[in-house]
Design a protein. Structure first.
Lengths: 311, 496
């Protein structure tokens, strides 16, 4: 028994001492995508994975572990080996907002960030037959009537509209919907006054199928400067971006290699075209440290937001 | 007109044809494998289509969807191991017929009904999509709640011999459907700290666990005695193991009723295939001349569910193409494919991407024909499964279920869940509690909860607005009448 213990300890010592990461990566890297196959987030992750293969000289295997807005993948990845062969893909709010709800066991400090690769744009969309065309008109109508019917998708958009409701002294009826499809249906059918949406509302706005009345991402909508950003009006925003991460204590060399590979991958023609013209998000790149700082800052803002609506 | 002709030319090109054919083949094979289902097949196929031309890519995925629809019936009929909740409706008559030595006849009925149902809803899509989409949008949370409540009442007639047991099973399903984060407050309900449960119980794992695995266990318990008897039966009755033309013509009522129900439900986003399949089955049982035969291998039962299932898939593209709203998981996966290829669903899709859309329509018709052709060859091969001894087939099936759930749901958590639900399914089968009612409760429960809670929020500050929803009020008023008629006719409708 003692001999066995000694052997195990010796073997462990050898494994720990050996400079196994010298020429990372020497085998395929697994990328755990926190969303189901086929959506916008998954597609971006798959394009980046293909581009990374060129820089890394190794296969990048994409595996989907969807659920709870990236939290399922986060829980999985943070318990994997720190050798850099298993990394994850989720969004900024998976780390900056979800832990504040008290429903998950991790915090942003429990993972190591690799990079932020692109930004998401989110908006409020109103039905095309609504008796108003812009944010101010919508507020006036709601104040006149006394309430606003709102289709919500995620807890963050819900918190933001509650905050806006308090500031504007409007009672907001928050209609829960399941996923983007439910909210879209409620808006297009005119069953609510306004609803939360991803950037896929932009082409429909341009077609006149609905009216985008405000942007939730801090930068607003560059191609539609007349649409106000809530950040400018109320100082609140949904700062959503795609984030690559690994388990806490990830090998620094592997992390640096992955960050460099992603920095190259985001410049590829296929990815730039996807982000701008198909996904309709925005280009942005942050390294691991900058991502951690950005998420920490977001978390503080969201904390204040939640405190403000609970007063 | 030129545009439509060039779209046709696109669709008939060799690349498109081959892509659609490969898609149909992938769909039938993956759909037929126990433990796998059509949405899984599409998720597998999507990365393959990244580098293809848009029409070939989307055509292939539509092929997978249609092939998967029929493929799902194969496992359900031959092995009684449905891979999706709606296939549970196909097992009701499909499996008894296959078991009585007519596996080919059962599969043929499923195939032909499926293709007819699919073609009908495709025609509606092609001819009426924009108009129908606008009409469907009028159905908001209040209307959906009313439709779901009356549908559940109609489906209650499938509760089997014992009404209390049926109600118990449906309530248990509805109760388990509350697992996950609360739609309104986002606080977790009955998740016991498992983050994997935040989005609810994974339906595929529960459905396969409760429907397919207990069947596998019971077949294995029967052991070798079952096999010898089985082979003799198949060989002696082989001559009448096919559907005749006049038999098929006799099924036109259930088929077209199913196609109508499937198309209507598919056009209304958020209701789904399971509701269509069971509603069509319940309606066929209600209007059948021999309702007592349904559930013991009646062709009518197979035709009703398969035509309705397949009709949903075509009609689901109505809200998808014109409004960008996916009606179910399969359609949601197609949205991803549209995104990759830069196609924006919306009211202008018929102008902006006209050539692609008309090409897609042509590809859909082509896919229907290919399902018919590939399916006809395939079912001869698949029908041979019943000749293989169960102690050989079922262990393999069990392995496939485990692997399928592991891969598609991303880990062992779903596998354990599946096995846990297998125990529940086994107990229910032994106690003669309707597993079908359990599944209906599980699938429809969250829809009813969400639409009612949405309605309450919407009407909270202005309750008088309920009178604007005349259609919903009529349905709600009709519900007790329907329930009374069903209870009155219960003796006639109950099987055996």
């Amino acid at each position: 028994m003692n001999i066995l213990k000694t052997m195990v300890a010796a073997a462990a010592a050898v494994v720990m001492a050996a400079p196994v990461y010298a020429d990372y990566p020497e085998k395929p890297v697994t990328l755990i995508v926190g969303f189901r196959a086929g959506g916008g987030s998954d597609t971006a992750a798959r394009i980046l994975a293909t581009e990374m293969e060129a820089a890394l000289g190794q296969k990048v295997i994409v595996e989907n572990k969807g659920g709870a807005g990236g939290a399922v993948a986060t829980e999985y990845v943070r318990h994997q080996a720190t050798d850099g062969y298993t990394i994850g893909f989720a969004v900024a709010t998976t780390f900056a907002f979800t832990p504040l709800t008290g429903n998950v066991a991790y915090t942003p400090q429990d993972v190591d960030f690799v990079a932020t690769t692109h930004g998401y744009r989110t908006v409020y969309a109103a039905p095309k037959d609504a008796p108003y065309d812009d944010w101010a008109g919508m507020l006036a109508t709601a104040k006149d009537r006394g309430w606003l019917n709102y289709a919500s998708i995620i807890p963050l958009d819900r918190a933001i509209i509650q905050y806006v409701g308090r500031k504007e002294e409007i009672a907001v009826n928050i209609v829960p919907t399941r996923g983007g499809a439910g909210a879209r249906q409620a808006v297009l059918g005119g069953h609510v006054d306004v609803g939360f949406s991803g950037s896929n509302a932009l082409p429909m706005h341009e077609d006149g199928a609905l009216k985008v009345v405000a942007a939730l991402n801090p930068g607003g909508i560059a191609e539609h400067p007349s649409i106000p950003a809530l950040a400018d009006l109320y100082g609140v925003a949904a700062n959503e971006a795609a984030v690559f991460f690994g388990p806490k204590g990830m090998d620094p060399e592997a992390r640096a290699t992955l960050e460099a590979a992603l920095a190259e991958a985001v410049k590829s023609e296929a990815f730039v075209d996807f982000v701008n013209n198909k996904f309709r998000g925005f280009e942005t790149f942050l390294g691991g440290e900058a991502t951690a700082a950005s998420i920490a800052a977001d978390a503080e803002t969201y904390k204040d937001l939640l405190a403000a609506i609970e007063e | 007109m030129d545009l439509i002709l060039s779209a046709l030319a696109d669709a008939l090109s060799l690349t498109t044809f081959l892509s659609v054919a490969i898609g149909v083949l992938i769909g039938i094979v993956i759909g037929a494998i126990p433990g796998l289902n059509a949405p899984m097949a599409i998720a597998v196929a999507i990365p393959l289509t990244f580098t293809m031309a848009p029409l070939a890519a989307i055509g292939m995925l539509v092929g997978v969807m249609k092939g998967g629809g029929f493929g799902g019936a194969i496992g359900a009929i031959l092995l009684n191991t449905p891979g999706e909740p709606h296939s549970a409706a196909t097992t009701l008559d499909g499996h008894p017929l296959a078991k009585s030595g007519k596996p080919r006849k059962a599969l043929q009925t499923a195939l032909y009904s499926s293709v007819v149902g699919d073609s009908c809803s495709d025609l509606v899509l092609i001819l009426l999509a924009p108009t129908l989409a606008i009409f469907a949008l009028k159905a908001g949370p209040v209307e959906l709640a009313a439709i779901l409540i009356i549908s559940l009442t109609l489906i209650a007639s499938l509760s089997g011999r014992s009404l209390p047991k049926g109600i118990f099973a449906a309530s248990l399903g509805a109760f388990l459907a509350t697992v996950g984060v609360d739609p309104e407050t986002a606080s977790p309900r009955f998740t016991f700290g498992f983050i994997e449960l935040f989005d609810g119980l994974p339906l595929a794992a529960v459905a396969i666990g409760v429907l397919a695995v207990p069947e596998i266990i019971m077949r294995l318990q029967e052991g070798k005695s079952y096999r010898r008897q089985k082979v003799e039966e198949v060989s002696t009755k082989h001559s009448d193991d096919r559907i005749t033309f006049s038999e098929f013509r006799g099924l036109k009522k259930p088929i077209f009723r199913g196609a109508g129900i499937g198309t209507a439900i598919g056009a209304l986003p958020g209701l789904g295939t399971t509701l269509a399949a069971f509603l069509s089955y319940a309606a066929t049982k209600r209007f059948s001349k021999e309702p007592e035969k349904l559930g013991s291998g009646a062709l009518e039962g197979i035709a009703a569910t398969e035509s309705a299932n397949s009709a949903v898939s075509g009609a689901n593209l109505i809200p998808l193409l014109t409004l960008g709203i996916p009606g179910n998981l399969t359609a949601a996966l197609l949205v991803g494919a549209f995104l990759i290829h830069g196609v924006t669903p919306g009211p202008l899709i018929f102008e902006r991407d006209a050539q692609l859309i008309y090409g897609l329509f042509a590809a859909m018709i082509m896919a229907n024909l290919l399902v018919l052709i590939i399916g006809s060859f395939g079912l001869r091969v698949f029908a041979l499964i019943v000749k293989v001894p169960p102690y050989v087939v079922y262990p393999i099936v069990l392995l496939l279920c485990v692997v399928g759930i592991y891969v598609s749901q991303g880990g062992f958590f779903a596998v354990w869940l599946m096995l846990g639900f297998a125990v529940l399914g086994y107990l229910m089968a032994r106690l003669e509690i309707s597993v079908v009612c359990f599944i209906i409760g599980l699938v429809l429960g969250p829809m009813i909860e969400l639409s009612i809670r949405q309605s309450v929020v919407l009407l909270s500050r202005n309750p008088a607005a309920i009178f604007d929803h005349v259609f919903a009020l009529v349905l709600v008023a009709a519900t007790p009448v329907v329930a009374w008629i069903l209870i009155r006719d219960r003796a006639r409708l109950s099987d055996g």
